[in-house]
Design a protein around this ligand. Structure first.
Ligand code: ADP
Length: 601
Protein backbone atom coordinates (compact mmCIF):
# COMPACT_ATOMS: atom_id res chain seq x y z
CA UNK A 1 0.00 0.00 0.00
CA UNK A 2 1.26 3.40 -0.98
CA UNK A 3 0.34 4.81 2.39
CA UNK A 4 2.23 2.18 4.34
CA UNK A 5 5.24 2.36 2.06
CA UNK A 6 5.50 6.12 2.40
CA UNK A 7 4.80 5.94 6.09
CA UNK A 8 7.41 3.32 6.87
CA UNK A 9 10.07 4.71 4.54
CA UNK A 10 9.83 8.37 5.37
CA UNK A 11 8.40 8.37 8.82
CA UNK A 12 10.67 6.07 10.67
CA UNK A 13 12.84 9.12 11.28
CA UNK A 14 9.75 10.86 12.67
CA UNK A 15 9.15 7.96 15.03
CA UNK A 16 12.77 8.09 16.08
CA UNK A 17 12.46 11.85 16.68
CA UNK A 18 9.46 11.41 18.96
CA UNK A 19 11.00 8.38 20.65
CA UNK A 20 14.08 10.43 21.56
CA UNK A 21 11.92 12.86 23.47
CA UNK A 22 9.24 10.53 24.82
CA UNK A 23 10.91 7.13 25.25
CA UNK A 24 8.59 4.36 26.40
CA UNK A 25 5.62 6.77 26.51
CA UNK A 26 5.11 6.32 22.76
CA UNK A 27 4.31 2.65 23.37
CA UNK A 28 1.86 3.50 26.13
CA UNK A 29 0.04 5.86 23.77
CA UNK A 30 -0.26 3.07 21.22
CA UNK A 31 -1.06 0.40 23.83
CA UNK A 32 -4.02 2.41 25.11
CA UNK A 33 -5.40 2.73 21.57
CA UNK A 34 -5.08 -1.01 21.19
CA UNK A 35 -7.12 -1.50 24.36
CA UNK A 36 -9.84 0.89 23.13
CA UNK A 37 -10.05 -0.94 19.80
CA UNK A 38 -10.18 -4.33 21.50
CA UNK A 39 -12.99 -3.33 23.89
CA UNK A 40 -14.93 -1.76 21.04
CA UNK A 41 -14.53 -4.99 19.04
CA UNK A 42 -15.85 -7.06 21.94
CA UNK A 43 -18.82 -4.73 22.34
CA UNK A 44 -19.66 -4.95 18.66
CA UNK A 45 -19.42 -8.74 18.75
CA UNK A 46 -22.38 -8.74 21.12
CA UNK A 47 -24.62 -7.42 18.35
CA UNK A 48 -24.81 -10.80 16.68
CA UNK A 49 -26.39 -12.70 19.59
CA UNK A 50 -28.69 -9.70 19.90
CA UNK A 51 -29.77 -10.01 16.30
CA UNK A 52 -30.35 -13.73 16.71
CA UNK A 53 -32.55 -13.10 19.68
CA UNK A 54 -34.40 -10.47 17.70
CA UNK A 55 -34.92 -13.06 14.94
CA UNK A 56 -36.64 -15.26 17.51
CA UNK A 57 -33.83 -17.74 18.06
CA UNK A 58 -33.89 -18.94 21.65
CA UNK A 59 -30.53 -20.65 22.11
CA UNK A 60 -27.66 -18.48 21.12
CA UNK A 61 -24.71 -20.36 19.81
CA UNK A 62 -21.56 -19.18 18.13
CA UNK A 63 -22.29 -19.86 14.47
CA UNK A 64 -22.33 -16.89 12.15
CA UNK A 65 -19.58 -15.34 14.22
CA UNK A 66 -16.81 -17.29 12.57
CA UNK A 67 -13.89 -17.76 14.95
CA UNK A 68 -15.43 -15.21 17.30
CA UNK A 69 -18.03 -17.87 18.05
CA UNK A 70 -15.43 -19.13 20.51
CA UNK A 71 -16.24 -16.16 22.69
CA UNK A 72 -19.90 -17.18 22.94
CA UNK A 73 -18.94 -20.80 23.57
CA UNK A 74 -16.48 -19.73 26.23
CA UNK A 75 -19.21 -17.74 27.97
CA UNK A 76 -21.52 -20.76 27.76
CA UNK A 77 -18.79 -22.92 29.29
CA UNK A 78 -18.55 -20.49 32.16
CA UNK A 79 -22.23 -21.13 32.79
CA UNK A 80 -23.34 -17.77 31.49
CA UNK A 81 -26.34 -18.23 29.30
CA UNK A 82 -26.76 -15.60 26.64
CA UNK A 83 -30.24 -14.21 27.08
CA UNK A 84 -31.40 -10.79 26.00
CA UNK A 85 -30.57 -9.51 29.49
CA UNK A 86 -27.03 -10.92 29.68
CA UNK A 87 -26.21 -9.87 26.12
CA UNK A 88 -27.30 -6.31 26.86
CA UNK A 89 -25.34 -6.37 30.13
CA UNK A 90 -22.19 -7.49 28.31
CA UNK A 91 -22.69 -4.89 25.66
CA UNK A 92 -23.09 -2.18 28.27
CA UNK A 93 -20.06 -3.46 30.15
CA UNK A 94 -17.79 -3.54 27.09
CA UNK A 95 -18.82 -0.11 25.88
CA UNK A 96 -18.48 1.38 29.37
CA UNK A 97 -14.99 -0.06 29.66
CA UNK A 98 -14.24 1.25 26.19
CA UNK A 99 -15.43 4.70 27.30
CA UNK A 100 -13.12 4.63 30.32
CA UNK A 101 -10.18 3.39 28.25
CA UNK A 102 -10.90 5.97 25.57
CA UNK A 103 -10.92 8.74 28.21
CA UNK A 104 -7.55 7.69 29.60
CA UNK A 105 -6.13 7.13 26.15
CA UNK A 106 -7.04 10.67 25.01
CA UNK A 107 -6.05 12.19 28.33
CA UNK A 108 -2.68 10.46 28.24
CA UNK A 109 -2.08 11.54 24.67
CA UNK A 110 -2.77 15.18 25.56
CA UNK A 111 -0.58 15.00 28.66
CA UNK A 112 2.26 13.47 26.63
CA UNK A 113 1.85 16.24 24.06
CA UNK A 114 2.33 18.90 26.74
CA UNK A 115 5.34 17.04 28.07
CA UNK A 116 6.76 16.75 24.57
CA UNK A 117 6.40 20.48 23.78
CA UNK A 118 7.90 21.45 27.13
CA UNK A 119 10.86 19.09 26.75
CA UNK A 120 11.50 20.24 23.20
CA UNK A 121 11.43 23.94 24.18
CA UNK A 122 13.71 23.35 27.18
CA UNK A 123 16.15 21.31 25.15
CA UNK A 124 16.32 23.86 22.33
CA UNK A 125 16.79 26.70 24.83
CA UNK A 126 19.67 24.85 26.47
CA UNK A 127 21.24 24.14 23.09
CA UNK A 128 20.83 27.78 22.09
CA UNK A 129 22.44 29.11 25.24
CA UNK A 130 25.36 26.72 24.71
CA UNK A 131 25.62 27.62 21.03
CA UNK A 132 28.96 29.17 20.21
CA UNK A 133 29.13 32.80 19.12
CA UNK A 134 31.32 31.81 16.19
CA UNK A 135 28.52 29.67 14.75
CA UNK A 136 25.84 32.15 15.77
CA UNK A 137 27.28 35.02 13.71
CA UNK A 138 27.09 32.98 10.54
CA UNK A 139 23.60 31.58 11.19
CA UNK A 140 20.23 32.93 10.11
CA UNK A 141 18.58 34.78 13.02
CA UNK A 142 15.18 34.48 11.32
CA UNK A 143 15.49 30.74 11.20
CA UNK A 144 16.45 30.53 14.87
CA UNK A 145 13.48 32.68 15.86
CA UNK A 146 11.11 30.76 13.61
CA UNK A 147 12.33 27.42 14.95
CA UNK A 148 11.89 28.42 18.58
CA UNK A 149 8.43 29.93 18.14
CA UNK A 150 6.30 28.93 15.15
CA UNK A 151 8.02 25.69 14.30
CA UNK A 152 7.77 24.29 17.82
CA UNK A 153 3.99 24.75 17.61
CA UNK A 154 3.90 23.05 14.24
CA UNK A 155 5.93 20.12 15.54
CA UNK A 156 3.39 19.77 18.38
CA UNK A 157 0.69 19.52 15.70
CA UNK A 158 2.86 16.97 13.92
CA UNK A 159 2.94 14.95 17.14
CA UNK A 160 -0.86 14.94 17.43
CA UNK A 161 -1.33 13.89 13.83
CA UNK A 162 1.49 11.40 13.79
CA UNK A 163 0.12 9.56 16.78
CA UNK A 164 -3.39 10.02 15.41
CA UNK A 165 -2.15 8.16 12.33
CA UNK A 166 -0.53 5.41 14.35
CA UNK A 167 -3.58 5.05 16.58
CA UNK A 168 -5.85 4.76 13.56
CA UNK A 169 -3.45 2.22 12.14
CA UNK A 170 -3.72 0.19 15.35
CA UNK A 171 -7.52 0.45 15.13
CA UNK A 172 -7.56 -0.67 11.51
CA UNK A 173 -5.47 -3.68 12.46
CA UNK A 174 -7.67 -4.57 15.45
CA UNK A 175 -10.84 -4.39 13.35
CA UNK A 176 -9.13 -6.32 10.59
CA UNK A 177 -8.34 -9.11 13.04
CA UNK A 178 -11.97 -9.10 14.22
CA UNK A 179 -13.20 -8.99 10.66
CA UNK A 180 -10.90 -11.84 9.62
CA UNK A 181 -12.15 -13.90 12.53
CA UNK A 182 -15.76 -13.33 11.50
CA UNK A 183 -15.32 -13.79 7.79
CA UNK A 184 -12.09 -13.66 5.82
CA UNK A 185 -13.85 -12.64 2.62
CA UNK A 186 -14.90 -9.38 4.20
CA UNK A 187 -11.40 -8.79 5.41
CA UNK A 188 -10.18 -9.08 1.87
CA UNK A 189 -12.81 -6.58 0.78
CA UNK A 190 -11.51 -4.16 3.38
CA UNK A 191 -8.07 -4.40 1.83
CA UNK A 192 -9.55 -3.79 -1.61
CA UNK A 193 -11.46 -0.75 -0.28
CA UNK A 194 -8.30 0.49 1.35
CA UNK A 195 -6.31 0.26 -1.87
CA UNK A 196 -9.04 2.13 -3.69
CA UNK A 197 -9.04 5.05 -1.26
CA UNK A 198 -5.27 5.05 -1.25
CA UNK A 199 -5.13 5.95 -4.91
CA UNK A 200 -7.29 8.99 -4.26
CA UNK A 201 -5.05 10.17 -1.46
CA UNK A 202 -1.78 9.61 -3.25
CA UNK A 203 -1.68 12.86 -5.14
CA UNK A 204 -2.96 14.83 -2.17
CA UNK A 205 -0.02 13.57 -0.09
CA UNK A 206 2.59 14.70 -2.59
CA UNK A 207 1.15 18.18 -2.99
CA UNK A 208 0.70 18.63 0.76
CA UNK A 209 4.30 17.73 1.44
CA UNK A 210 5.58 20.27 -1.05
CA UNK A 211 3.33 23.01 0.32
CA UNK A 212 4.48 22.21 3.84
CA UNK A 213 8.15 22.76 3.03
CA UNK A 214 7.20 26.02 1.28
CA UNK A 215 5.48 27.25 4.43
CA UNK A 216 8.52 26.45 6.58
CA UNK A 217 10.89 28.16 4.17
CA UNK A 218 8.69 31.24 3.89
CA UNK A 219 8.27 31.30 7.68
CA UNK A 220 12.05 31.49 8.11
CA UNK A 221 12.31 34.34 5.62
CA UNK A 222 9.41 36.20 7.21
CA UNK A 223 10.99 36.02 10.65
CA UNK A 224 14.36 37.15 9.31
CA UNK A 225 12.84 40.18 7.58
CA UNK A 226 10.74 40.95 10.66
CA UNK A 227 13.80 41.00 12.94
CA UNK A 228 15.54 43.37 10.57
CA UNK A 229 12.43 45.53 10.30
CA UNK A 230 12.39 46.04 14.07
CA UNK A 231 16.17 46.43 14.34
CA UNK A 232 16.45 48.95 11.52
CA UNK A 233 13.17 50.71 12.20
CA UNK A 234 14.78 54.08 12.72
CA UNK A 235 16.69 53.90 9.45
CA UNK A 236 13.65 52.73 7.49
CA UNK A 237 11.49 55.53 8.91
CA UNK A 238 14.11 58.21 8.47
CA UNK A 239 14.74 57.29 4.86
CA UNK A 240 11.07 56.85 3.98
CA UNK A 241 11.67 53.23 3.01
CA UNK A 242 9.53 51.52 5.66
CA UNK A 243 6.66 51.28 3.16
CA UNK A 244 8.83 49.59 0.52
CA UNK A 245 10.23 47.20 3.09
CA UNK A 246 6.75 46.36 4.37
CA UNK A 247 5.66 45.77 0.76
CA UNK A 248 8.44 43.19 0.39
CA UNK A 249 7.18 41.47 3.52
CA UNK A 250 3.56 41.63 2.43
CA UNK A 251 4.39 39.47 -0.58
CA UNK A 252 5.66 36.79 1.76
CA UNK A 253 2.62 37.08 4.01
CA UNK A 254 0.41 36.56 0.96
CA UNK A 255 2.52 33.62 -0.18
CA UNK A 256 2.30 31.96 3.23
CA UNK A 257 -1.45 32.51 3.26
CA UNK A 258 -1.97 31.03 -0.18
CA UNK A 259 0.15 27.97 0.68
CA UNK A 260 -1.78 27.51 3.91
CA UNK A 261 -5.07 27.94 2.09
CA UNK A 262 -4.15 25.34 -0.49
CA UNK A 263 -3.15 22.92 2.26
CA UNK A 264 -6.43 23.55 4.11
CA UNK A 265 -8.42 22.98 0.91
CA UNK A 266 -6.69 19.63 0.48
CA UNK A 267 -7.57 18.77 4.08
CA UNK A 268 -11.19 19.83 3.56
CA UNK A 269 -11.34 17.80 0.38
CA UNK A 270 -10.21 14.71 2.23
CA UNK A 271 -12.88 15.09 4.90
CA UNK A 272 -15.55 15.87 2.30
CA UNK A 273 -14.93 12.77 0.18
CA UNK A 274 -14.48 10.56 3.21
CA UNK A 275 -18.11 9.79 4.06
CA UNK A 276 -19.44 9.22 0.50
CA UNK A 277 -16.45 7.01 -0.21
CA UNK A 278 -17.12 4.90 2.87
CA UNK A 279 -20.84 4.52 2.14
CA UNK A 280 -20.00 3.66 -1.46
CA UNK A 281 -17.75 0.84 -0.36
CA UNK A 282 -20.31 -0.40 2.19
CA UNK A 283 -22.98 -0.46 -0.55
CA UNK A 284 -20.67 -2.46 -2.77
CA UNK A 285 -20.01 -4.99 -0.01
CA UNK A 286 -23.73 -5.47 0.66
CA UNK A 287 -24.33 -6.04 -3.04
CA UNK A 288 -21.52 -8.57 -3.22
CA UNK A 289 -22.77 -10.36 -0.11
CA UNK A 290 -26.43 -10.53 -1.08
CA UNK A 291 -26.22 -11.02 -4.86
CA UNK A 292 -22.88 -12.65 -5.54
CA UNK A 293 -22.47 -14.74 -2.39
CA UNK A 294 -26.23 -15.24 -1.85
CA UNK A 295 -25.86 -14.64 1.87
CA UNK A 296 -28.50 -13.21 4.18
CA UNK A 297 -28.34 -9.60 5.17
CA UNK A 298 -28.60 -10.14 8.92
CA UNK A 299 -25.62 -12.53 8.89
CA UNK A 300 -23.34 -9.86 7.56
CA UNK A 301 -24.61 -6.99 9.66
CA UNK A 302 -22.02 -7.54 12.40
CA UNK A 303 -19.29 -7.96 9.83
CA UNK A 304 -20.46 -4.73 8.29
CA UNK A 305 -20.09 -3.03 11.64
CA UNK A 306 -16.43 -4.08 11.79
CA UNK A 307 -16.11 -3.19 8.22
CA UNK A 308 -17.48 0.29 8.67
CA UNK A 309 -15.39 0.88 11.77
CA UNK A 310 -12.31 -0.35 9.99
CA UNK A 311 -12.83 1.89 6.97
CA UNK A 312 -13.59 4.84 9.22
CA UNK A 313 -10.28 4.25 10.97
CA UNK A 314 -8.58 3.91 7.62
CA UNK A 315 -9.80 7.27 6.37
CA UNK A 316 -9.10 8.84 9.78
CA UNK A 317 -5.60 7.49 9.36
CA UNK A 318 -5.32 9.05 5.93
CA UNK A 319 -6.66 12.40 7.13
CA UNK A 320 -4.27 12.37 10.07
CA UNK A 321 -1.40 11.43 7.84
CA UNK A 322 -2.15 14.25 5.45
CA UNK A 323 -2.32 16.68 8.37
CA UNK A 324 0.96 15.27 9.58
CA UNK A 325 2.52 15.80 6.15
CA UNK A 326 1.34 19.41 6.14
CA UNK A 327 3.60 20.08 9.13
CA UNK A 328 6.23 17.42 8.47
CA UNK A 329 8.68 19.93 7.00
CA UNK A 330 8.80 21.61 10.40
CA UNK A 331 9.77 18.31 11.96
CA UNK A 332 12.69 17.98 9.56
CA UNK A 333 13.57 21.62 10.12
CA UNK A 334 13.61 21.29 13.92
CA UNK A 335 15.53 18.06 13.64
CA UNK A 336 18.33 19.61 11.55
CA UNK A 337 18.21 22.78 13.60
CA UNK A 338 18.74 20.75 16.76
CA UNK A 339 21.73 18.91 15.34
CA UNK A 340 23.23 22.17 14.07
CA UNK A 341 22.90 23.66 17.54
CA UNK A 342 24.53 20.56 18.99
CA UNK A 343 27.38 20.64 16.48
CA UNK A 344 27.97 24.34 17.09
CA UNK A 345 28.16 23.82 20.81
CA UNK A 346 30.69 26.01 22.60
CA UNK A 347 33.79 24.16 23.76
CA UNK A 348 34.09 24.53 27.50
CA UNK A 349 36.72 23.77 30.12
CA UNK A 350 36.26 22.37 33.60
CA UNK A 351 38.06 24.72 36.00
CA UNK A 352 36.16 27.52 37.73
CA UNK A 353 37.64 31.02 37.83
CA UNK A 354 36.72 32.41 41.23
CA UNK A 355 38.35 35.83 41.22
CA UNK A 356 40.20 37.97 38.72
CA UNK A 357 43.56 38.91 40.25
CA UNK A 358 46.40 39.50 37.79
CA UNK A 359 45.40 39.98 34.21
CA UNK A 360 45.09 38.47 30.76
CA UNK A 361 47.90 37.40 28.43
CA UNK A 362 47.65 36.59 24.76
CA UNK A 363 50.46 34.32 23.60
CA UNK A 364 51.07 34.20 19.89
CA UNK A 365 47.47 33.77 18.87
CA UNK A 366 45.87 33.34 15.45
CA UNK A 367 42.20 33.44 14.66
CA UNK A 368 40.39 32.55 11.46
CA UNK A 369 36.82 32.14 10.22
CA UNK A 370 36.92 28.84 8.34
CA UNK A 371 39.62 29.68 5.75
CA UNK A 372 39.74 33.43 6.28
CA UNK A 373 42.61 34.41 8.53
CA UNK A 374 41.58 37.43 10.63
CA UNK A 375 44.19 37.69 13.41
CA UNK A 376 47.85 36.70 13.20
CA UNK A 377 50.65 36.29 15.79
CA UNK A 378 49.14 38.45 18.50
CA UNK A 379 51.09 38.94 21.74
CA UNK A 380 49.55 41.12 24.40
CA UNK A 381 49.73 41.55 28.16
CA UNK A 382 46.76 43.17 29.89
CA UNK A 383 47.36 43.90 33.59
CA UNK A 384 44.46 44.15 36.03
CA UNK A 385 42.89 47.64 36.36
CA UNK A 386 44.71 49.08 33.38
CA UNK A 387 43.01 50.63 30.38
CA UNK A 388 43.85 49.16 26.99
CA UNK A 389 42.52 50.78 23.81
CA UNK A 390 42.43 49.15 20.40
CA UNK A 391 42.72 51.45 17.42
CA UNK A 392 43.21 50.92 13.71
CA UNK A 393 41.34 51.10 10.45
CA UNK A 394 37.94 49.55 10.08
CA UNK A 395 38.38 45.83 9.39
CA UNK A 396 41.82 45.69 11.01
CA UNK A 397 40.58 43.14 13.59
CA UNK A 398 39.88 45.22 16.75
CA UNK A 399 36.43 43.76 17.47
CA UNK A 400 37.58 40.25 16.66
CA UNK A 401 40.54 40.59 19.05
CA UNK A 402 38.27 41.75 21.87
CA UNK A 403 35.89 38.88 21.09
CA UNK A 404 38.81 36.48 21.43
CA UNK A 405 39.77 38.04 24.77
CA UNK A 406 36.22 37.65 26.10
CA UNK A 407 36.17 34.00 25.02
CA UNK A 408 33.39 34.58 22.47
CA UNK A 409 35.66 33.32 19.73
CA UNK A 410 38.08 30.42 20.27
CA UNK A 411 41.66 30.89 19.01
CA UNK A 412 42.93 28.81 16.12
CA UNK A 413 46.48 28.82 17.47
CA UNK A 414 48.25 30.11 20.59
CA UNK A 415 46.86 30.63 24.05
CA UNK A 416 44.79 33.09 26.05
CA UNK A 417 45.80 33.04 29.73
CA UNK A 418 43.53 34.44 32.43
CA UNK A 419 45.35 34.76 35.76
CA UNK A 420 47.94 32.39 34.23
CA UNK A 421 45.31 29.73 33.51
CA UNK A 422 44.60 28.76 29.88
CA UNK A 423 41.15 30.04 28.89
CA UNK A 424 40.47 26.75 27.11
CA UNK A 425 40.61 24.95 30.47
CA UNK A 426 38.26 27.36 32.22
CA UNK A 427 34.51 27.13 32.43
CA UNK A 428 33.74 29.99 30.08
CA UNK A 429 30.83 31.33 32.09
CA UNK A 430 32.91 31.51 35.27
CA UNK A 431 35.25 33.85 33.38
CA UNK A 432 32.56 35.76 31.48
CA UNK A 433 30.77 36.53 34.75
CA UNK A 434 33.67 38.92 35.39
CA UNK A 435 33.09 40.74 32.12
CA UNK A 436 30.87 43.75 31.56
CA UNK A 437 29.98 44.84 28.05
CA UNK A 438 29.10 48.41 27.17
CA UNK A 439 28.27 49.26 23.61
CA UNK A 440 27.57 52.69 22.25
CA UNK A 441 24.06 51.54 21.30
CA UNK A 442 23.47 50.65 24.94
CA UNK A 443 21.56 47.46 25.65
CA UNK A 444 18.28 48.47 27.32
CA UNK A 445 15.53 45.97 28.13
CA UNK A 446 11.82 46.83 28.09
CA UNK A 447 11.50 46.97 31.85
CA UNK A 448 11.99 49.18 34.89
CA UNK A 449 15.29 50.94 35.62
CA UNK A 450 15.67 48.71 38.67
CA UNK A 451 15.37 45.52 36.62
CA UNK A 452 17.55 46.94 33.87
CA UNK A 453 20.36 47.60 36.31
CA UNK A 454 20.00 44.62 38.64
CA UNK A 455 19.20 42.18 35.83
CA UNK A 456 15.98 41.09 37.60
CA UNK A 457 17.46 40.60 41.06
CA UNK A 458 15.05 40.36 43.96
CA UNK A 459 13.78 43.70 45.22
CA UNK A 460 15.23 43.61 48.77
CA UNK A 461 16.43 46.64 50.85
CA UNK A 462 20.07 45.46 50.40
CA UNK A 463 19.68 45.23 46.63
CA UNK A 464 17.98 48.66 46.57
CA UNK A 465 20.98 50.12 48.43
CA UNK A 466 23.41 48.51 46.06
CA UNK A 467 21.30 49.72 43.11
CA UNK A 468 21.52 53.37 44.25
CA UNK A 469 25.23 52.97 44.98
CA UNK A 470 26.03 51.89 41.44
CA UNK A 471 23.76 54.60 39.98
CA UNK A 472 25.86 57.12 41.89
CA UNK A 473 29.06 55.53 40.63
CA UNK A 474 27.77 55.80 37.06
CA UNK A 475 26.60 59.40 37.72
CA UNK A 476 22.98 58.71 36.82
CA UNK A 477 21.49 58.76 40.35
CA UNK A 478 20.46 62.41 40.14
CA UNK A 479 18.53 61.86 36.93
CA UNK A 480 16.73 58.74 38.20
CA UNK A 481 15.90 60.37 41.51
CA UNK A 482 14.01 63.23 39.90
CA UNK A 483 11.80 60.88 37.83
CA UNK A 484 8.23 60.54 39.19
CA UNK A 485 8.55 56.77 39.50
CA UNK A 486 12.28 56.77 40.19
CA UNK A 487 13.71 53.22 40.09
CA UNK A 488 10.41 51.82 38.85
CA UNK A 489 10.25 53.99 35.73
CA UNK A 490 9.87 51.97 32.57
CA UNK A 491 12.56 52.02 29.89
CA UNK A 492 12.64 50.77 26.34
CA UNK A 493 9.80 50.83 23.82
CA UNK A 494 6.79 52.54 25.32
CA UNK A 495 8.93 53.65 28.26
CA UNK A 496 11.11 56.60 29.01
CA UNK A 497 13.14 58.21 26.26
CA UNK A 498 16.73 58.52 27.39
CA UNK A 499 19.58 60.31 25.68
CA UNK A 500 22.44 58.25 24.25
CA UNK A 501 24.67 59.18 27.20
CA UNK A 502 21.99 58.32 29.77
CA UNK A 503 21.32 54.96 28.19
CA UNK A 504 25.00 54.25 28.33
CA UNK A 505 25.22 55.21 32.00
CA UNK A 506 22.35 52.84 32.77
CA UNK A 507 24.21 50.04 31.04
CA UNK A 508 27.43 50.96 32.88
CA UNK A 509 25.46 50.83 36.15
CA UNK A 510 24.31 47.32 35.19
CA UNK A 511 27.89 46.13 34.76
CA UNK A 512 28.94 47.78 38.00
CA UNK A 513 26.03 46.13 39.81
CA UNK A 514 27.17 42.80 38.42
CA UNK A 515 30.58 43.55 39.99
CA UNK A 516 32.37 42.95 36.72
CA UNK A 517 36.16 43.32 36.81
CA UNK A 518 36.76 43.68 33.09
CA UNK A 519 34.73 46.23 31.18
CA UNK A 520 34.59 46.19 27.40
CA UNK A 521 33.61 49.45 25.76
CA UNK A 522 32.75 49.13 22.15
CA UNK A 523 32.31 52.54 20.61
CA UNK A 524 30.27 51.71 17.57
CA UNK A 525 31.26 53.44 14.34
CA UNK A 526 28.29 55.77 14.27
CA UNK A 527 29.39 59.39 14.46
CA UNK A 528 28.81 60.87 17.86
CA UNK A 529 27.70 64.40 18.51
CA UNK A 530 30.16 66.29 20.67
CA UNK A 531 27.80 66.37 23.67
CA UNK A 532 27.46 62.58 23.73
CA UNK A 533 31.15 62.19 23.09
CA UNK A 534 31.94 64.37 26.09
CA UNK A 535 29.52 62.31 28.21
CA UNK A 536 31.17 59.09 27.08
CA UNK A 537 34.57 60.55 27.81
CA UNK A 538 33.42 61.35 31.34
CA UNK A 539 31.91 57.88 31.72
CA UNK A 540 35.21 56.28 30.81
CA UNK A 541 37.23 58.50 33.10
CA UNK A 542 34.94 57.51 35.96
CA UNK A 543 36.00 53.92 35.56
CA UNK A 544 39.70 54.21 34.78
CA UNK A 545 42.03 52.68 37.34
CA UNK A 546 39.23 50.84 39.18
CA UNK A 547 38.46 48.39 36.42
CA UNK A 548 40.28 46.64 33.62
CA UNK A 549 38.99 48.57 30.63
CA UNK A 550 39.22 47.32 27.07
CA UNK A 551 38.15 50.01 24.63
CA UNK A 552 37.53 49.46 20.94
CA UNK A 553 38.15 53.03 19.91
CA UNK A 554 37.11 54.81 16.77
CA UNK A 555 37.59 58.27 18.23
CA UNK A 556 41.10 58.90 19.43
CA UNK A 557 40.03 61.70 21.77
CA UNK A 558 38.38 59.18 24.11
CA UNK A 559 41.58 57.22 24.70
CA UNK A 560 44.12 59.90 25.45
CA UNK A 561 44.50 58.62 28.99
CA UNK A 562 44.64 54.92 28.20
CA UNK A 563 47.59 53.06 29.72
CA UNK A 564 48.22 51.13 26.55
CA UNK A 565 47.06 51.80 23.03
CA UNK A 566 47.21 48.86 20.63
CA UNK A 567 47.46 49.90 17.00
CA UNK A 568 46.05 47.18 14.75
CA UNK A 569 46.65 46.74 11.06
CA UNK A 570 45.40 43.98 8.85
CA UNK A 571 44.96 41.46 11.67
CA UNK A 572 48.28 42.12 13.40
CA UNK A 573 49.52 44.44 16.14
CA UNK A 574 51.51 47.20 14.49
CA UNK A 575 52.58 49.08 17.61
CA UNK A 576 51.77 49.46 21.31
CA UNK A 577 52.42 52.28 23.77
CA UNK A 578 50.67 55.17 25.48
CA UNK A 579 49.29 58.10 23.52
CA UNK A 580 52.39 60.28 23.60
CA UNK A 581 54.74 57.39 22.90
CA UNK A 582 52.75 56.38 19.83
CA UNK A 583 52.50 59.91 18.50
CA UNK A 584 56.27 60.18 18.85
CA UNK A 585 57.19 56.75 17.47
CA UNK A 586 54.54 55.83 14.92
CA UNK A 587 53.92 57.97 11.88
CA UNK A 588 50.65 56.18 11.03
CA UNK A 589 49.24 56.88 14.48
CA UNK A 590 50.47 60.46 14.33
CA UNK A 591 48.71 60.88 11.00
CA UNK A 592 45.46 59.44 12.43
CA UNK A 593 45.60 61.86 15.35
CA UNK A 594 46.26 64.80 13.08
CA UNK A 595 43.42 63.80 10.76
CA UNK A 596 40.93 63.57 13.61
CA UNK A 597 42.05 66.84 15.17
CA UNK A 598 41.61 68.39 11.76
CA UNK A 599 38.11 66.84 11.41
CA UNK A 600 37.07 68.17 14.79
CA UNK A 601 38.13 71.70 14.08
P1 ADP B 1 37.27 46.07 13.18
O1 ADP B 1 36.61 45.87 14.50
O2 ADP B 1 38.70 46.47 13.30
O3 ADP B 1 36.52 46.98 12.27
P2 ADP B 1 36.63 43.29 12.76
O4 ADP B 1 37.33 42.60 13.89
O5 ADP B 1 35.17 43.51 12.89
O6 ADP B 1 37.37 44.67 12.43
O7 ADP B 1 36.88 42.45 11.43
C1 ADP B 1 38.15 41.98 11.05
C2 ADP B 1 38.05 41.16 9.77
O8 ADP B 1 37.32 39.98 9.99
C3 ADP B 1 37.35 41.91 8.66
O9 ADP B 1 38.15 41.79 7.51
C4 ADP B 1 36.06 41.19 8.47
O10 ADP B 1 35.70 41.16 7.12
C5 ADP B 1 36.37 39.80 8.99
N1 ADP B 1 35.14 39.17 9.59
C6 ADP B 1 34.41 39.64 10.61
N2 ADP B 1 33.39 38.80 10.89
C7 ADP B 1 33.48 37.77 10.02
C8 ADP B 1 32.73 36.55 9.77
N3 ADP B 1 31.65 36.23 10.52
N4 ADP B 1 33.13 35.72 8.80
C9 ADP B 1 34.21 36.03 8.05
N5 ADP B 1 34.96 37.13 8.22
C10 ADP B 1 34.61 38.01 9.18
Amino acid sequence: MIFLKSFIKNRFTAFHFFYRYLGIRVFFVLGLSLLVGFLDGLGLTMFLPLLKIADGGSDVIGDGLGKLGMLVEWLNDLGIELTLFTVLCFMLLFFTLKGVASFYSTYYKVAVRQYFVREMRLKLLTHLSNYSYKHFVSSDAGRIQNALTGEVGRVATAYTNYFGTLQSLVMVMVYMVFAFMVDWRFALLICAGGLLTDLVFRRIYTVTKKLSSNVTRLGNTYQRLMIQFVQNFKYLKATGTSGDYAKKMKFIVKDIESNNLRMSVLGIRISAIREPMLIGIVCMVIMVQVYALKGSLSAVLVSLLFFYRSLASLTAMQTNYNNFLSVSASLDNISTFESELKEGREADGISELSGFENGIQLKDIDFSYEDISVLRSIHLDIRKNTTVAFVGESGSGKTTLVNVITGLLPVSRGQVLVDDMPLSELKLQSYQKHIGYITQEAVIFNDTIFNNVTFWEEDTPENRDKFWRVLKQASIDGFVDQLPEKADSLLGHGGLNLSGGQRQRISIARELYKEADILILDEATSALDSQTEREIQENIELLQGQYTLLIVAHRLSTIKHADTIVLMENGTIKATGDFDQLVASNSQFKAMVELQTFENE
